[in-house]
Design a protein around this ligand. Sequence first.
Ligand SMILES: O=C(O)CCC(=O)C(=O)O
Ligand SMILES: [Fe+2]
Length: 397
Amino acid sequence: MAPGLVEPTAQFADLHSVDTKSPLKLKASVNYVPGRNFVEKHDETYKYEDLRPRFPDLHWPALEEVPYNDKGLLGDPEFKHLLSSATDVFDYNPKIGTEVHGVDLANLTDAQKNDLARLVSTRGVVFFRNQTNFDIDAQRELGKYFGTLHSHATTACPRRPGLEDVHVVYTGEGSPDLRALFTPTFLWHSDVTYEVQPPSYTSLKVLTGPPRGGGGDTLWSSQYAAYDQLSAPMQKYLEGLTAIHSADLQAQGSRDLGRPVRRDPVTTEHPLIRTHPVTGWKSLFFNPGFVTKIVGIPKTESDHIISLLNEIVATSPENHARFQWNKDDVAFWDNRVTNHSASYGFAPHRRHAVRVCCQAERPYLDPNSKSQEDDLSERYGIPKANKDGSGIVNYND
Ligand SMILES: O=C(O)CCC(=O)C(=O)O
Ligand SMILES: [Fe+2]
């Protein structure tokens, strides 16, 4: 037991269960202390020693533009190949997040992979539980089916050589609590959007994590929904704007920690509203982590737009999906149309995850594309949100 942690006591647990033989006498049957979980003993021989983080002192040339053909375009509109073997499928809410049971990500046909891409494009993030066959080699193979894998310039890669295109998330013994470094709003981000071809399909597998209820959930925020949340004049205004995404802060953060920067940091201008090539939907393309400036407008206005978009991304629960991990669970997200945020406060548990993603198309805006709400309302008659408040007749506190 780590110093400072309280072992759940029978005395405390007594309060929570009743002896059926003598109903008035309380008896311990569970060890429960609210908010306190046993700390697992760290084995000397950790199962994923080869996937622990390292920061190799390498230097790579600038990324070159690569061809990208979105496999989601080949997917079935009803995902019938992928879902043919599913035992359960359910959405987290209307805007984002779907959980699929009964599918083994390590054994998909090409038709199922295409459907997976289409489902992830449509739902923003899709969760698969207990993917024990889906090891790091299978994870990379599936990633490569979707496109050229992206290698991160600063974050950790696994100790095992040859996996430099895998990003390692690791919090363990002696790790600082990242709340000391990041504000909760800044924790929201999409990955490496400063690249000319920011990633699309991204998988994250948790290898080791806190026990159930021990924290370390991840949240995703839909940028399709963020776009739909804006008023029509604001949508029009933002459609004419571009934003600067910069890797400078991330690179400086690594240098400050004495870590290598493996590729020179880049700064790229991207449209603030983009069109998704598979769904054809417009989405916000904003990143609280890397957007430094909106181009061509006064600084005060740029700062306020950034602040408004930060608020929309981070504080609109109806646009969020929150995932409580068990080990071997996998989240697949479309990094083009979602932001995500880790959550902290799970110390002193070890949490270890590996991420693989591929480079996608250069972001573009097709002014004739539709929003998610417009398209779903036209196709299925799903009512659109009333954004001006005129429909409010009553609300409860
Ligand atoms: O650790 C998490 O929950 C998310 C980490 C993350 O942002 C990433 O791997 O891209
Ligand atoms: Fe991330």
